[in-house]
Write a protein that binds this ligand. Structure first.
Ligand code: ATP
Ligand code: MG
Length: 360
């Protein structure tokens, strides 16, 4: 069986560090591993509209921002098909058929949907498109025959929902759709990176992000304002590492090489944590180190983005060609699904409905 990746992001803002450790970095590694036959990366504008219907300009403006982020972190149009969801109509046709296989109460039980409804104040009036987006995501995943979906932890219920739809569809209409597997980041910290406020997950909608394209000044300001341990008042006080945002970020981003380069008096993060716990290590020092680590990762990404921004037409072309390839693949799956459902009345001789009248 072909090994195929589908993953994507909503163009509700530029990509942030949560996207980077939760999904994007993994996609680049998988892309470069050479182990995958096809890779599809989707800018989910239609999904973004399910809770931004009154702000289409925000979604529109961020399409190229996300595409620039993709290419600047190393997604390569020669290896990965980058495309825009709304330009692939087959996805909506599949969604319509899948909706018949899912109950409203099942959608209401989806834990990610539940918390997003709360966050967006949709309790009293949920847009039906929003409630239904897990079904539309099942269409996105299955349209590309994806076997592997590299995403953050908030996407677990979506991939579960997709599997349920695949099982129902295949049971009713015969073996047709491919069942996907979720690929989560290896560590808990990266599966759901918290925001710089240390509270909820880093999310565009919460304004607690460090963006990949932030300037060095912005990043420094954000790092310096990070929540640490409120009881660590004097440098000599013993400090707590758990729940300390700076250490959470160091867990997610720093390597032993970073210590060698920027803080050689420690071998690794365990040594730094031990010193912080003992007391005698100030917050400013750990924040400066985190800032250096983030700059080490983001400086080359920022530079590539600058280059790509010089040829924005080229980026548009990548998306246009990506949409054409995505349409070919999704149309083929749609045809297969409709054949299985026996509703390809004109294209498929086996589905000819005139047969019903032959014996009359
Ligand atoms: P929005 O607030 O508009 O929903 P978002 O910041 O949650 O935006 P999405 O576009 O919904 O971002 O998510 C895209 C991908 O990034 C998904 O795979 C998701 O799991 C992952 N992701 C988003 N935020 C984080 C995070 N803080 N930690 C780890 N992964 C994340
Ligand atoms: Mg989200």
């Amino acid at each position: 069986m072909k090994q195929i990746i589908l993953s994507g992001d909503r163009p509700t803002g530029r990509l942030h560090l949560g996207h980077y450790v939760g999904s994007v970095k993994r996609r680049v590694e998988l892309q470069n591993s050479g182990k995958f036959d096809e890779i599809y990366i989707m800018i989910a504008d239609a999904q973004a509209l399910t809770d931004n219907a009154d702000n289409p300009e925000k979604v529109r403006r961020n399409i190229l921002e996300v595409a620039l982020d993709y290419m600047s972190v190393g997604l390569d149009p020669k290896k990965s098909v980058m495309f825009i969801q709304s330009q692939v109509p087959a996805l909506y046709e599949l969604t319509a058929y899948y909706m018949n296989l899912v109950t409203v109460s099942r959608l209401q039980r989806n834990p990610t949907i539940k918390s997003e409804i709360k966050l967006r104040g949709f309790e009293s009036s949920i847009p039906s498109g929003f409630l239904n987006y897990p079904v539309s995501q099942a269409a996105d995943i299955t349209a590309f025959d994806a076997t592997c979906v590299p995403v953050g932890e908030d996407q677990m219920p979506m991939v579960e929902q997709t599997k349920e739809i695949v099982h129902s569809f295949n049971r009713i209409y015969g073996e047709t759709l491919v069942e996907p597997k979720i690929l989560l980041p290896e560590t808990n910290v990266c599966q759901r990176l918290c925001g710089i406020d240390g509270k909820a997950k880093m999310s565009k909608s919460l304004g607690n992000c460090i963006y990949l394209a932030d300037t060095p000044e912005d990043i420094k300001k954000k790092v310096m304002s990070m929540y640490t341990d409120p009881n660590h008042l004097k440098v000599s006080d013993p400090g707590c590492v758990e729940g300390n945002t700076v250490f959470t970020y160091l867990d997610a981003f720093c390597t032993d090489e970073h210590f060698e380069k920027y803080l050689p008096e420690y071998k690794n993060l365990d040594e730094l944590k031990a010193h912080y716990r003992r007391g005698g290590l100030g917050d400013v020092k750990i924040k400066r180190f985190l800032n250096a680590v983030l700059e080490d990762i983001l400086t080359p990404i920022r530079a590539r983005r600058k280059e790509l921004e010089q040829d924005i037409e080229g980026v548009m072309k990548v998306l246009e060609e990506g949409c054409a390839k995505a349409n070919m693949k999704a149309n083929a799956t749609l045809k297969r699904a409709k054949n299985a459902m026996k509703i390809n009345y004109f294209d498929d001789s086996e589905n000819n409905i005139t047969d019903y009248f032959k014996d009359k």
